[in-house]
Design a protein around this ligand. Structure first.
Ligand code: NAP
Length: 327
């Protein structure tokens, strides 16, 4: 059977992907979204599926849960004639025309253009109870800006794990709400920039636990503490804590591109032209956290999803595929 030839395929299912789909659908491009098959650490809907209350997305004055928000984004895209495949893309041929994509079930897709919006996964420690309490909203999170202002954390002892800029930024942010913030770092020196370090050292609510790793999160419905191991002495200890923010970096989901799209040295997709979502490959556009190592917010991801759909639409309308070798 010959594969249907699409105008645009959008890979991903977070705010960038669904916003791109809404714009592409309303431009009569009948987009196909490949939303991901889901795995232990990532489910269709992206990182917001691991967030409880979203309170900083404009238009939701009472807040909204991450999963509810992604359901609404998806429903809006589907309402405007977006088709959805619940699978991963596992193989790509992106250079030239048409572009060829293969799903995990072996289905072949041919398309004039592709929008990559596969996001980035926050890295987790991989210790017992961490994932369960993150998914249930039990006080474990990888995004202080998303979850830190929730009433639950006010006045609590909160742990922040990591020693980079994100950890120090999160610790400083959490010091506004928490009673005490404990930064748990596996070495005795921070990786964060000097100015951010100094700001944290000057903040009397922030304390540092050096040479410590978390070996277990303690708690049934909500976190009540952490088990720690000293990386120098090997000594084990237990700490009471009412929250844990993991800030040990993100990994952009670019592996399936198998080197066909240029990446920045840190692994995020490179966008050669400022304020455009074109990648190094004509007809391939990128939106959201897979290319954004700086803002990483749902609202900025949605904004770049809109940009990618408009860029793809213009590229298609101005003969992009023909110029790129389509017969
Ligand atoms: P990062 O710089 O890679 O730092 C990750 C931190 O987590 C490191 O301190 C690392 O320890 C620790 N870590 C990694 N894996 C761990 C594990 N399994 N267990 C315990 N600790 C672990 O990541 P980031 O802080 O997210 O920053 C990413 C980039 O964004 C950086 O370029 C950063 O400068 C930038 N950024 C900038 C700002 C800002 O300027 N406002 C804010 C946030 C991020 P080691 O140090 O021992 O490797």
């Amino acid at each position: 059977m010959t594969a249907q030839h699409e105008r645009v395929v959008i890979i991903g299912s977070g705010p960038a992907a669904w916003t791109a789909a809404i714009y592409a659908a309303r431009a009569d491009l009948s987009p196909l979204v490949v939303e991901g098959a889901g795995s232990r650490t990532m489910i269709p809907g992206g990182q917001l599926m691991f967030t409880t209350e979203v309170e900083n997305y404009p238009g939701f004055p009472k807040g909204v849960t991450g999963p509810e928000m992604m359901d609404a984004f998806r429903a809006q895209a589907v309402r405007f004639d977006t088709r959805v495949i619940t699978d991963d893309i596992v193989e790509v041929e992106l250079v030239g025309q048409p572009k060829r994509l293969v799903t995990g079930r072996g289905e072949e897709l041919l398309t004039d253009s592709v929008i990559v919006a596969t996001g980035a996964n926050a890295r987790w420690l991989g210790v017992p109870n961490e994932e369960r309490l993150a998914q249930s909203g039990g006080g474990v999170s990888a995004c202080a800006v998303c979850d830190g202002a929730l009433p639950w954390f006010r006045g609590q002892v909160v742990a922040v794990v990591g020693g980079g800029d994100s950890a120090i930024e999160d610790a400083t942010y959490m010091a506004k709400f928490a009673g005490r913030v404990l930064v748990i770092h596996r070495r005795d020196q921070l990786r964060a920039s000097a100015i951010m370090q100094q700001r944290a050292f000057d903040n009397e609510k922030i304390e540092f636990l050096w040479n410590k790793v978390v070996t277990e999160v303690v708690g049934d419905d909500v976190i009540t503490g952490l088990r720690l191991r000293d990386t120098v002495t090997g000594e084990e200890s237990t700490l009471e804590a009412g929250g844990m923010f993991v800030a040990i970096g993100h990994t952009p989901n670019t592996g399936f591109l198998s080197g066909q799209v240029a990446l920045k040295p840190n692994g995020y997709i490179e966008l050669p032209t400022p304020w455009r979502t074109d990648t190094s490959v004509p007809g391939v556009f990128a939106a959201g956290d897979v290319m954004d190592d700086h803002y990483r917010q749902a609202v900025s991801a949605a904004g770049t999803g809109c940009m990618a759909a408009l860029d793809a639409e213009r590229w298609l309308a101005h003969g992009g595929p023909a110029e790129n070798g389509a017969s």
